[in-house]
Design a protein around this ligand. Structure first.
Ligand code: ATP
Length: 312
């Protein structure tokens, strides 16, 4: 019998997951998985639990939580040569990654996708000695994600980020950045840079409209120095996906990106604090395999899949 390990964050998603655990375990059992669980205890614990699951030869690791929990699970397995498949039950506030993979927020529907057996390889971002699955960024405006208290997120969800964004507007300023990407160089003041693996970031679903989850490329978006009025105008354009042709925006695909600054610039990795610059970003092509409804994914994410399957 195959063995699955569920790693869940008991505090995310209004603490709902625990109550549904018996049904989840039953569905996994029916699908042929002998399943055990681990409730995370705090920062870093999901990564440690994922490493332990790899070392104990589990066939599947299911992450139940928000992007933070999934990030840790991916980071935990990414250091190994033999990586088990991953499943995802989105329980967080934003669930950007789950949205990009069309994994529903409903617990039993998410479990159905895991038990159906369909999966897709996805790229993983490596930065210095750590990993990200969705987005990395830097610049004062990207710092708001960890200034939102988690209690406020539980009560207000997505709205908490927007409120914090408005509160912080007057204090956002540009930083001098030196960015090298696949042979090109950017060296001037910028409000922020974003390095994305998916097209879905903090509810801005059209930020990187042509991003593919497994093409081996990051989408790099640099917002040059602008004033507050221009910033608001560009944010409005970004909601509609119309920001890419603006002269204040640089938008490129690259598989290796180096960012340095003489100022102290904090890094944000998947919505959490991720150290400071300098940073070297490398795209680990198709590094993990995640259970997902492949038929719902855009064609750009399925390139070469059938051929590779036939050859293996
Ligand atoms: N038992 C726990 N008590 C408190 N914090 C925890 C516990 N387990 C994990 N955490 C922390 O919660 C962080 C965020 O969790 P997660 O991303 O799963 O949920 P979220 O914050 O609700 O969702 P989102 O990231 O989508 O906003 C994790 O990175 C981890 O540091």
């Amino acid at each position: 019998m195959r063995r699955a390990r569920i790693i869940y964050n008991p505090t995310s998603g209004r603490e709902l997951f625990k109550r549904h655990l018996p049904e989840v375990l039953e569905a996994m059992e029916l699908a042929g998985y002998e399943t055990s669980c681990h409730a995370t205890t705090g920062a870093g614990d999901a990564a440690a639990a994922a490493k332990k699951a790899v070392e104990n030869d589990f066939d599947l690791i299911v992450a139940a939580g928000g992007d933070g929990t999934l990030n840790e699970v991916v980071a935990g397995v990414s250091v190994y040569e033999n990586r088990p498949k991953l499943g995802l039950i989105p329980m967080g506030t934003t669930n950007d990654f789950a949205r990009a993979l069309h994994i529903p927020r409903d617990i039993s529907k998410a479990v159905d996708i895991i038990t159906s057996g369909d999966s897709i390889p996805v790229d993983v971002g490596k930065v210095n000695d750590t990993f990200f699955i969705n987005i990395a960024g830097g610049g004062r405006i990207t710092e708001l994600t960890y200034e939102v208290p988690s209690r406020l997120k539980t009560v207000l969800g997505q709205l908490a980020y927007y409120l914090k964004g408005i509160e912080m507007l007057p204090s956002i300023k540009a930083s001098q950045l030196h960015i090298e990407f696949d042979g090109e160089v950017f060296d001037e003041e910028a409000m922020m840079f974003l390095i994305g693996l998916t097209n879905s970031v903090g509810g801005f679903e059209k930020l990187a409209p042509d991003a593919s989850i497994n093409d081996g490329k990051f989408t790099l978006l640099i917002l040059k120095k602008v004033n507050i009025a221009e910033f608001i105008r560009l944010a409005t354009l970004a909601i509609r996906g119309e920001h890419l042709s603006d002269p204040h925006v640089i938008y490129r695909k690259a598989s290796k990106i180096t960012v340095t600054s003489e100022e102290s610039v904090l890094l944000n990795l998947d919505g959490e604090y991720g150290g400071t610059l300098p940073a070297v970003f490398e795209n680990l092509h198709r590094h993990v395999e995640i259970m997902a409804p492949v038929h719902l994914l855009p064609e750009q994410d399925k390139v070469g899949l059938v051929n590779e399957d036939l050859m293996s």
